[in-house]
Design a protein around this ligand. Structure first.
Ligand code: UDP
Length: 116
């Protein structure tokens, strides 16, 4: 039986984080299809076209973390969506510039494991 304490969460360093040298390992350029599915609930937002352009601007570094409390721990490490609302010590608070350039993201493992 699966260990109930063993949780999973998805995190990605976005194009601005990869271009800024935050990761040195291999990374992937996202297809338009995957991006649209990933952000489907935001498709009516005014910032959606800009979000698609931003997320296609270069490779991202995608990860699945496994361990006890990783979803809540990952969220705490990332900070808030808006960098100016993220405390010092979080990734968004320390490294991100703007909500449209906010370096990291966490959610939706299944979509990335099986993109089609
Ligand atoms: N975003 C944006 N403008 C906004 C809100 C969100 O450009 O006013 C972008 C930003 O890159 C954010 C992504 O859309 O990370 C997804 O938004 P969501 O609300 O799902 O936040 P997240 O889960 O990424 O913190």
């Amino acid at each position: 039986m699966a260990d109930p304490r063993c949780e999973h969460t998805f995190l990605a360093v976005k194009p601005d984080g990869v271009q800024g040298g935050l990761v040195v390992e291999s990374s992937v350029v996202l297809t338009s299809n995957l991006l649209h599915n990933h952000y489907t609930e935001l498709s009516s937002k005014i910032f959606f076209p800009g979000l698609m352009e931003y997320m296609s601007a270069g490779p991202v570094f995608a990860m699945v973390w496994e361990g006890t409390n990783v979803p809540s721990m990952g969220k705490k490490m990332l900070g808030a969506t808006k960098p100016r609302e993220s405390p010092t010590g979080t990734i968004q608070g320390d490294f991100a510039v703007d909500v449209g350039l906010n370096i990291c993201h966490g959610k939706k493992i299944a979509l990335w494991v099986n993109p089609d």
